[in-house]
Design a protein around this ligand. Structure first.
Ligand code: ATP
Ligand code: MG
Length: 190
């Protein structure tokens, strides 16, 4: 079972993914975390990635796809994956379909965490004060939300047409949101 956890920056993808891997025994692939790990280790890739991330831009699709495919194939033993922060563009979604198809699988559901923009901004500013992330500051946050609207949000329609998009109210307590997600994912297991 492969699940995409979808939503704007600060929508809570990482938080809910942590819980989902426990409940369903899935492998978590967070592209944001993969990139931040490269930045922390000071790799060449990390240097390139940071030049995009700190400005609030997406990193180029080709580069992102290389990293994703490499990470996916590094874990052949897993029974399924939670994709967190990927895909973020239509070309990424198409590449993901192809990648999974080649391996005899598919995206089973895209769970969209829907949160009003004012709340996203507040959450990200709060996180920036604690995380030290180079992209959680006021001007970069506005830019990321703009990039989300233009490049990522069209994926809702893309997956809706494929009957795979499941919206969830992403404001509320972590528990409430998690239970809304499990009521979608539980029936997909069998
Ligand atoms: P959340 O708070 O919901 O976990 P987020 O947007 O704050 O989401 P990440 O998903 O960790 O954080 O992404 C951080 C940055 O990494 C993005 O703004 C982008 O620059 C880069 N990035 C992550 N995933 C992708 C991707 N699929 N394609 C291109 N760039 C990406
Ligand atoms: Mg995240």
């Amino acid at each position: 079972m492969n699940i995409v956890i979808f939503g704007a920056p600060g929508s809570g993808k990482g938080t809910q993914s942590e819980r989902l891997i426990d409940r369903y025994g899935l492998h978590h692939i967070s592209t944001g975390e993969l990139l931040r790990d490269h930045i922390a280790r000071g790799t060449e890739l990390g240097r390139v990635a940071d030049s995009f991330i700190s400005k609030g831009n997406l990193i180029p699709d080709e580069l992102m796809l290389d990293i994703l495919e490499h990470e996916f194939d590094a874990h052949p033993e897993v029974s399924g994956v939670i994709f967190d922060g990927f895909p973020r563009t239509i070309p990424q979604a198409e590449a993901l379909n192809k990648m999974l198809e080649k391996r005899g699988s598919k995206v089973h559901a895209v769970v969209g965490l829907e949160v009003p923009e004012e709340e996203l901004t507040q959450r990200l500013i709060k996180r920036g004060a604690e995380s030290g992330r180079s992209d959680d500051n006021a001007s970069t946050i506005a830019k990321r939300l703009d990039v989300y609207r233009r490049q990522t949000e069209p994926l809702k329609e893309y997956y809706n047409r494929r009957l795979a998009y499941y919206p969830v109210n992403g404001s509320g307590s972590i528990d409430q949101i998690f239970s809304a997600i499990t009521s979608i994912v539980d029936p997909l297991k069998d």
